[in-house]
Design a protein around this ligand. Structure first.
Ligand code: NDP
Ligand code: OXD
Length: 314
């Protein structure tokens, strides 16, 4: 009698597969690990980033589909075998990076470091009037693995912090708002808005002219930091809000089309800072260790963290 070896395929769009295959082989010596090519023998588990439907169609017995990122919107758009569990990365070094990124751009805006930089380039020694933290309440949309860490980090700098999630949350130093019923109050109470929601049918286009105009009690001077997904933002609504002064600026790490196309208005707008979807990068070794532990646990029939609820969309 032959017992077949556990089989794992990688299918990683825009990511070099070779180091992942090598790392997974080292972490799971009992398994056979290969990068997918059309027609390859089907797998028990797959480690993926934005795989095509053609890959999934060749995996009728897939038990675990392991995403090498936190956001699973691209996976949930695919037709998956009914028994396949989609598993997201559970932090794996991302939340500290996200906290650094948000605190960096928040503080840069609050302390007007861009203006100081221009002054220094012009050889001018000039102070700006200090601004008060109490006037810069930060609203964090999404209080999951990343949002909660970000909210706590911002609170450490003594900004007032509001958090919005689907279900109510209690986080020290964070004023909680939950559900559609409290969304407007959350926006009005926040001046700087940080988006860390998953992209779902409910959250698509949630950053638009109507919602962004409610920031800061409707007064001018709001600021947007979008680090979740480009499709949360209605691109065409942002520029008029910036040009009119209703919003003072925006930091954008994610875009509807990535890479952000050459010539897109966001590249050159003086009030927009663009970064290339790098606010929290996947740490390969940490992620491989996490995925290997979860593959073994799933195969022993044990529960694992980060299994996605497809109905909820995250
Ligand atoms: P989680 O799934 O851990 O958390 C999601 C949070 O959003 C939860 O608090 C959830 O509420 C809340 N939420 C979901 N839907 C709604 C809704 N309709 N109304 C109000 N709140 C809602 O996600 P992560 O924190 O791990 O990641 C968030 C997103 O960040 C990812 O989906 C991904 O798109 C993006 N990301 C971006 C990266 C980058 O480099 N730019 C890197 C990694 C992730 P509840 O707690 O009640 O369920
Ligand atoms: C992720 C991402 O979801 O990189 O991990 O956006």
């Amino acid at each position: 009698m032959t017992t077949s070896r556990l089989r794992i395929l990688t299918c990683l769009t825009d990511t070099r597969a070779e180091p992942w295959v090598r790392g997974l082989r080292a972490a799971l010596p009992e398994a056979e690990v290969e990068d997918w090519a059309p027609g390859a023998a089907p797998a028990d588990h797959a480690v993926v980033w934005a795989p095509p439907q053609a890959f999934i169609d060749e995996q009728p017995g897939l038990r675990g589909l392991f995403n090498i990122g936190a956001g699973v919107d691209a996976l949930l758009r695919l037709r998956l075998p009914p028994a396949t569990r989609v598993v997201r990365l559970d932090d794996a070094g991302m939340s500290v990076q996200m906290a650094e990124y948000v605190c960096h751009f928040l503080i840069r805006h609050f302390r007007e470091f861009d203006a100081y930089e221009s002054e220094s380039r012009a050889g001018r020694w000039s102070y700006r009037k200090p601004r008060e933290r109490k006037d810069f309440a930060v609203g964090v949309m999404g209080l999951g693995v990343l949002g909660e860490r970000v909210a706590r980090a911002v609170a450490q700098f003594e900004f007032p912090v509001n958090g919005w999630s689907r279900s109510p949350k209690r986080i020290d130093g964070v004023r909680g708002f939950a559900g559609a019923a409290q969304f407007d109050d959350f926006l009005s109470a926040s001046r700087v808005l940080v988006n860390l929601l998953p992209l779902t049918d409910e959250t698509h286009g949630i950053l638009n002219g109507g919602t962004l105009s409610k920031l800061n009690d409707g007064r001018p001077g709001g600021y947007l930091i979008n680090v979740a997904r480009g499709a949360h933002l209605v691109d065409d609504d942002l520029i008029p809000l910036l040009d009119s002064g209703q919003l003072a600026g925006a930091t954008l790490d994610v875009f509807d089309v990535e890479p952000l196309p050459a010539g897109h208005a966001f590249w050159s707008h003086p009030k927009i800072a663009v970064t290339p979807h790098g606010s929290a990068r996947t740490e390969r070794d940490t992620s491989i260790a996490q995925i290997a532990t979860k593959i073994r646990a799933l195969d022993r029939g044990e529960p694992v963290a980060g299994v996605v609820d497809a109905k909820r969309g995250y």
